[in-house]
Design a protein around this ligand. Structure first.
Ligand SMILES: *Cc1c(COP(=O)(O)O)cnc(C)c1O
Length: 396
């Protein structure tokens, strides 16, 4: 007997599985594999957040169901954060909703806004969850090419009139995963104008809003005048406060979109555990000093890795945000071939760019979310790689 709907069986094969199989084989042979594939912070959640969680755990009032839209304190903290960080005013009751991590929001907003057969513009290359969420809702993903030559701005001119007609929803993501692209507000202005012209709702995924360096401050799409007519923004505490396992995020912006999402959610989950929401409120209300300390660490790791790549002839412009490096594979390699080579000969896992969409072919992604000693070890192994095509020097 076989289990799984046709829809689930038809999910596109997971490119990571090939690499995962190789990883296991190498580990069995005793190779010390360093995983630069995953994007999950290695640093601990800051103490003041953990402390608030512990305090709230002692109050039995917190053991009950949260309200469907999340607890008041958390939604107010999000509203205050937007006012302070972006000078954007939000109604915590109607324009903000707690999410059980932003991935949950991405998965549920698609069925909340589209019907089977509708088109969804997804950034190519982009976070794979957009594409699978659209697939699971019976929608049709339309690749929105990010233009590498223009700092990975969306290339709206590359869409056909038919695609513009079909699209009901658009995802954007800056600072970007996997590209590490950062933008100025004009990109959001252009996106909002384009979306209004074609009656498209916009979801901006701001998972890396605070993971920035070199004085760069990421804009919010809600800073664009009139953005709230058609757009929402997803925020997450996962990356900026090292809270991936806590599962806490939020959506902010257009109240009708949020209302539609909350209908799907109230039939699916009952928001997050109250102590987690309250501890997350504490995080958003902080002076963000712990975020700066994190960014300092990522910045140092980034510089070390960029030097190693440069030593083997791979030049990358230093990103201003995210904890990823997105680089071209050397001449003569496909994304898959290069990733396999780095794994077999250096024992380092990197992600082949084509895992993020067709435009990712010819690139690879390195995640810097591993302890600095491990990253340094990866750096020294990568520096020794011989990239001449055809030469194969397996480790031990
Ligand atoms: C990590 C990540 C998410 C998911 O964040 P959670 O809040 O932990 O669910 C969403 N979008 C992008 C682009 C990410 O990299």
């Amino acid at each position: 007997m076989a289990f799984g709907s046709a829809r689930v069986s038809g999910l596109p094969p997971y490119l990571f599985s090939v690499i995962d199989e190789k990883k296991k084989q190498l580990q069995k042979k005793g190779v010390d594999v360093i995983d630069l594939g995953i994007g999950s912070p290695d640093l601990p959640t800051p103490d003041f957040i953990v402390k608030r969680l512990i305090d709230e755990l002692k109050d039995p009032e917190n053991f009950k169901y949260s309200g469907y839209s999340g607890c008041q304190e958390f939604r107010e903290a999000v509203a205050d954060y937007y006012k302070k960080q972006y000078q954007v005013k939000l109604d915590p009751d109607k324009e903000i909703l707690t999410l059980v991590g932003s991935k949950e929001g991405i998965a549920h907003i698609v069925p909340a806004l589209i019907d089977p057969g509708d088109g969804v513009l997804i950034p190519d290359p982009g976070y794979p969850v957009y594409r699978s969420a659209v697939y699971l809702s019976g929608g049709e993903s339309i690749n929105l090419t990010l233009n590498a030559g223009q700092g990975y701005r969306p290339d709206f001119a590359s869409l056909s009139e038919e695609e513009c007609q079909k699209a009901k929803l658009m995802f954007l993501n800056y600072p970007g995963n996997p590209t590490a692209a950062t933008i100025e507000i004009d990109v959001f202005e252009e996106a909002v104008e384009f979306a209004k012209q074609h009656n498209i709702s916009v979801v901006h995924d701001a998972a890396y809003d605070l993971v920035t360096f070199d004085g760069y401050k990421a804009p919010s799409i809600l800073q664009v005048p009139g953005a709230k007519d058609i757009a929402v923004e997803f925020g997450s505490l996962s990356k900026s406060f090292n809270m991936t396992g806590w599962r806490i995020g939020y959506v902010a912006g257009n109240r009708e979109i949020i209302q539609a999402l909350s209908i799907v959610k109230s039939n699916t989950d009952t928001s997050q555990f109250l102590p987690i929401q309250k501890a997350a409120a504490e995080a958003l209300r902080s002076d963000l000093a712990t975020v700066s300390a994190n960014n300092f660490a990522y910045n140092q790791r980034m510089e070390a890795m960029l030097k190693a790549l440069s030593a083997i002839g791979i030049q990358v412009e230093k990103p201003r945000g995210s904890f990823y490096i997105w680089a071209r594979v050397p001449a003569g390699y496909s994304s898959q071939k290069f990733s396999e080579k780095v794994l077999e000969e250096a024992g380092v896992i990197i992600t082949p760019g084509n895992a993020f969409g067709p435009s990712g072919e010819g690139y690879f992604r390195i995640s810097l979310s591993v302890p600095t000693e491990r990253l340094n070890e990866a750096v020294s192994r990568i520096k020794q790689l011989d990239l001449e095509v055809g030469r194969h020097v397996p480790r031990s």
